[in-house]
Design a protein around this ligand. Structure first.
Ligand SMILES: *Cc1c(COP(=O)(O)O)cnc(C)c1O
Ligand code: SF4
Length: 357
């Protein structure tokens, strides 16, 4: 058995195992015993939790909370609504479409870490949304839609599929003439870096006409270790580009220091920040929710101008009509007839001539 398979078979998903890693608080214990929610993580990710601090950013993403019962802002059947599953053209379950030229290809519903903030809880945690994961049917749909040039393979976590299945998906997609790029959305470089094996590198790697991009999810600098650094290096070395899609999480990364540290540290292990997502209105995750403006404020006050340009993600909210940017908009303070007045991160002003069309 490979190390990553061992990690999955020894999933930390009961109190007994959890005790090996942390001193469980009475609240955590009650949540685990009464909520009957699927939860769990890899022994590797569990080992990064703080033994004594229940406010540990990793602990909060792993261990259920009684606050998951609250639901003031969440929309029931959120995924069906968000992915337009009930009201649009008929598509295979595996295909979620919001754009003309690209789709999300949902190939499975297992994860290595059942993130407490997940907006796809219906699919991966409760499994109340049952999708039929027929990969060949999905591939057939993609083959028939010549306008699709970019396929985002997602889940659950698609890299939990066997090497053989991943190889099959990649090979079949590359055989479709209109596919120009393949993307994977996978949290494994962070929660199970052992998955990036030499064999997987062979499957994903190489100089191909159809490149592979991988976006992972890292929400706090504490999640970044030597192992993750190595996994990312191995992916890049074989030709896979690596980006990050963080989620803005109250009490985890919504303060200036955590937000800046996260984005700077990602660059030190060669991950390019891509998106920061506003927490979507799915049920049971109100306690992770911030005001909508929060992400823009954090970018304005901790990243833009304050640190390396490459550390800047795009702040967006993913909605039923696609992703919508929510970036800070303080830069143009006056649009004069002759000139525009612009403001920088320090509040200094400058002007630029207004050029008519
Ligand atoms: C997020 C998403 C994409 C990819 O969006 P990009 O902005 O290109 O990264 C494509 N399709 C669906 C359904 C999505 O949710
Ligand atoms: S890895 Fe992704 S899909 Fe799985 S629980 Fe976490 S956020 Fe949800």
């Amino acid at each position: 058995m490979e190390e990553w398979q061992y990690q999955m078979q020894n999933h930390v998903d009961n109190l007994e195992k959890l005790k090996e890693f942390i001193n469980i608080t009475p609240e955590e214990k009650e949540a685990i015993e009464t909520l009957h929610t699927r939860w769990g993580t890899t022994p590797y990710f569990a080992s990064l939790m703080d033994r004594d601090d229940p406010a540990c950013p990793i602990r909060k993403q792993v261990i259920p909370s009684l606050k998951e019962k609250e639901n003031r802002y969440g929309i029931e059947n959120y995924l069906v609504y968000k992915e337009n599953r009930s009201n649009e053209e008929k598509r295979p379950d595996t295909i979620a479409r919001q754009y003309y030229d690209r789709i999300a290809f949902t190939v499975m519903n297992t994860c290595a870490n059942y993130c407490r903030h997940c907006f796809r809880k219906e699919l991966v945690v409760d499994k109340s949304l049952q999708l039929h994961f027929d990969i060949d049917q999905g591939l057939e749909w993609i083959r028939e839609h010549s306008e699709i040039r970019d396929v985002l393979v997602t889940g659950g976590d698609p890299l939990l599929l066997s090497d053989e299945k991943i190889e099959y998906i990649v090979r079949k997609l590359r055989e479709i003439p209109h596919i120009q790029m393949i993307r994977f959305g996978s949290r494994l470089p962070v929660v199970l870096p052992q998955r990036i094996t030499a064999k997987l590198q062979k499957v994903l790697g190489g100089f191909h006409k159809v490149p592979i991009w991988l976006n992972t999810q890292c929400n706090h600098a504490k999640e970044i270790t030597e192992q993750t650094a190595r996994a990312v290096y191995d992916l890049l070395s074989c030709g896979v580009n690596v980006g990050n899609q963080a989620v803005l999480l109250k009490g985890i990364n919504d303060d200036l220091k955590s937000f800046k540290d996260l984005h700077q540290k990602l660059l030190t292990i060669r991950i390019r920040p891509y998106y920061v997502f506003y927490n979507e209105p799915a049920p049971g995750i109100d306690h992770f929710r911030t005001p909508i403006e929060k992400g823009a404020e954090l970018i304005r006050d901790s990243l833009r101008g304050h640190t390396t340009g490459l550390a800047q993600p795009m702040y967006v909210v993913a909605t039923n009509i696609g992703k919508i940017p929510l970036m800070p908009d303080y830069y143009i303070i006056n649009r004069g007839e002759k000139e525009y007045t612009l403001k920088n991160y320090k509040g200094q002003l400058t002007t630029l001539p207004n050029i008519p069309e």
